[in-house]
Design a binder for this molecule. Structure first.
Ligand code: GCU
Length: 726
């Protein structure tokens, strides 16, 4: 009563209302966000932080005389205005302390007296330095080219977004990979093969007349992490993309991407000279075929002078290729390389080949095919190799081609879309997977010959280098189908720029830019991301198992499946489990795939005592009762891994639920729902797999382990005719 009376006093009532309003504000969840802005949200910083940054961003000096510098200016203004909560002034030269001066030496001649050493920066690198300019304290972004300036602008913004100081800066950076490219598996009808984020963003129907503003935002996002190219169409290519009317559409996209330093590339169908040119053959040594491709290249470069080149999937999974004419992959690649060379274009020739007519272990086939061709490719050919010898599984050992072809530049192909890792819904941070592969030691030239050093050209002195990521981008409002999938696009770009970076650092930056700068959010979220990859390996394919997913759609567990059209598409081909044991024997006494690795690696993988647990069943067939390093039997450890995977997902959910209110409601809720799906499906993977293994080995469950929730028949009866992405 007394309290009520007190608040009736007008002055006090005002105070009480104000307090209530503040309380209501505090209780109100952060504004909803739909994820469209990715990691370029530029939301206002807390007041104190904004004030201290404002002292280093009092004005912008940037001659925006080219489209790329105009993009840099627009981004800096957009970013700084948003983050610092005020309009950033502009000037022709630094007139007060705290100016940001950006440009090349030609576009910002006031930088010349600083005698900056830009030599090591190359075309794409930049320098950010705190200097005194015209008597004022200033921050300089300098580069040899406009695109370097743009990359520097994004880096400066990242420093602010991630809470780094802007004082006493002396930062230089340049990419270690030359070609940093997304591969869109987008079909011309708008469907995305293995895409789980809606349809293709390329609206071929409305192009070239309508340029969706999304194309610009796509280019901004890519440039912000240094991605400098995009293959616009599916590797399972339709020759139609090479028709003149489609090339006009491609040219229109190229026009939007160009200011952001992105080149367009196309997947070329090897038989296009027959399909489009009416030739009777696509034989790469046939003069008419060579002339057709030269003409096609000339036509493309007339429309798109900076066209990047072709990506080719040949003689792989039914695609046409040079072997149809008894020619080699080198013959095919070189023919296209010759057509592109006058225009400085490149060929990215995929090494993803295997044949079910070849009875040899599928994991060995790419190496068997390509290793003898080392040194036979033209200088403008990159061989594009998937990270592992099979196909983007949750875990694979690195492909033995890395380190085996020193006279050929090898390009990494990672999958960003999660074809085998739970589609759009499962939270799996692929930075951890990429890092594991890049840091793997091939021993090609002794200890320390990491995959990263092979693909960045350091080990074998290659100037042409690259990394490709199979894009996870679609027409969904949040681009990638889930907030956390955005991190995989981001991490791919960062690692393509510099494959030596740490996945954890990248996750930390991404979280700060995308979700929150609050440590109470950043720490648990980064922990979730870092744990997520091992979790998915555990609940799907522990201890080196692989390719156990449903045939065709690749969704959900189907280790029992023996129905695939080809033996090498059937899970049973890969696990070889029976009453006594499980695993693919790739040791010297088995398929001898181990022999494709450098001697120290081969010895380790071959030896049951030395092979890492993570690759045990990849390289060895062992009895269910095999005694593991842990002291348990294989069966006990296998079941423990499955259960651990499910428990980890429960943990992800629990951690996320504690962040409610600290993350905007919309993204919080979507992730929470997806984690619930992931938990159910992790349980499904575990239970279905265990039920199946038990049907073979007849073993009781290890003590303390819960039996599968349903019968094996139940899991076998599940069907997914409308699974996305096929
Ligand atoms: C996987 C994927 C296919 C794709 C192929 C490739 O097998 O399921 O959809 O075409 O890889 O990389 O070429």
């Amino acid at each position: 009563m007394r309290d009520q009376r007190r608040v009736r006093h007008p002055a006090l009532r005002g105070v009480a209302l104000a307090l209530l309003a503040v309380a209501a504000l505090l209780a109100r969840p952060a504004l909803a966000e739909d994820g469209y802005e990715l990691w370029l949200r530029y939301r206002p910083l807390p007041a104190a932080q904004a004030t201290s940054y404002r002292a280093h961003a009092t004005q912008l000096v940037l001659d925006a005389g080219t489209p790329t510098r105009a993009a840099a200016r627009a981004e800096l203004l957009r970013g700084l205005d948003g983050l610092l909560g005020q309009a950033t002034g502009e000037a022709k030269q630094a007139t007060r302390d705290g100016a940001i001066v950006a440009g090349t030496l030609a576009s910002a001649p006031q930088l010349v007296p600083l005698k900056l050493d830009l030599r090591a920066l190359g075309n794409d690198g930049f320098l950010i330095r705190s200097v005194t300019l015209d008597g004022h304290a200033a921050t300089v972004i300098a580069a040899n080219t406009d695109i370097g300036v743009l990359y520097g602008a994004f880096r400066l913004l990242r420093l602010v977004q991630t809470g780094q100081p802007l004082a006493q800066l002396d930062l230089r950076d340049a990419p270690r990979e030359k070609v940093r490219v997304l591969n869109h598996w987008d079909n011309l009808d708008g469907h995305v093969e293995r895409g789980y984020a809606g349809n293709s963003i390329w609206d071929w129907w409305k192009l070239p007349d309508y340029l969706d503003p999304r194309y610009t935002d796509y280019a901004r996002a890519n440039a912000s992490v240094g991605i400098n190219g995009a293959v616009l169409n599916n590797v399972n290519a339709n020759a139609t993309i090479l028709r003149h009317e489609y090339l006009l559409k491609v040219a229109a996209v190229a026009g939007v991407l160009r200011p952001y330093g992105m080149r367009v590339y196309l997947s070329a169908r090897f038989s296009a000279p027959m399909e489009l040119g009416g030739l009777k053959t696509a034989d790469p040594l046939d003069p008419a075929v060579r002339t057709w491709w030269r003409g096609k290249a000339d036509e493309i470069y007339k429309l798109i002078p900076d066209f990047g080149g072709f990506l080719v999937k040949a003689n792989s999974e039914g695609q046409p290729g040079p072997q149809d004419y008894h020619r080699s992959h080198a013959d095919g690649a070189n023919m296209l390389a010759d057509a592109l060379a006058p225009h400085s274009g490149i060929v990215m020739w995929r090494a993803f080949v295997y044949s079910n007519e070849n009875p040899d272990d599928r994991a060995k086939q790419a190496y068997t095919e390509f290793k003898p061709l080392d040194g036979q490719f033209r200088r403008n050919v990159l061989l594009q190799v998937k990270n592992g010898p099979i196909d983007f599984q949750p875990r694979e050992p690195f492909s033995p081609l890395f380190g085996a072809m020193p006279r050929t530049p090898l390009m990494m192909e990672f999958q960003v879309t999660k074809e085998y890792l739970g589609f759009a819904t499962h939270l799996v941070y692929l930075g951890a997977l990429y890092e594991e592969v890049l840091q793997a030691d091939t021993y090609a030239r002794g200890k320390g010959s990491t995959v990263a050093k092979i693909i960045d050209g350091e080990l074998d002195n290659h100037a042409l280098t690259g990394m490709a990521g199979v894009a996870n981008i679609g027409s969904d409002r949040d681009w990638c189908g889930s907030t956390f999938n955005q991190a995989n696009w981001y991490a791919f770009g960062r690692l393509a720029w510099n494959p030596a970076q740490s996945a954890r650092d990248i996750a930390t930056d991404w979280t700060r830019m995308t979700l929150s700068r609050d440590d109470a959010v950043v720490k648990p979220v980064v922990a979730m991301m870092m744990a997520s990859r091992e979790a998915v390996v555990d609940y799907m394919t522990p201890l080196g198992l692989h390719h156990l997913m449903g045939t065709g759609h690749h969704y959900g567990p189907m280790p029992w499946d023996a129905s695939g059209a080809r033996a090498d598409w059937r899970p049973v081909y890969y696990h070889r489990a029976d009453r006594n044991g499980i695993g693919f024997d790739r040791s010297r006494t088995g398929s001898n795939a181990v022999a494709q690795y450098a001697a120290p690696v081969a010895a380790q993988f071959d030896d049951l005592k030395q092979v890492p647990d993570a690759y045990l069943l990849w390289f060895h067939h062992v009895p269910w009762t095999y005694r593991m390093r842990s002291g348990h039997t294989l069966w006990e450890d296998l079941v423990a891994h499955y259960t651990h995977g499910v428990d980890e997902v429960k943990q992800l959910r629990a951690t996320w639920s504690k962040l409610q209110g600290r993350i905007d409601a919309q993204r919080y809720a979507k992730t929470a729902s997806f984690l619930a799906i992931q938990q159910n499906e992790a349980q499904w993977w575990r239970d279905a797999s265990i039920a199946y293994w038990q049907s073979l080995n007849g073993l009781p469950l290890p003590a303390g382990q819960k039996p599968p929730a349903r019968t094996l028949d139940y899991y076998k009866a599940l069907a997914f005719p409308n699974a996305p992405g096929r």
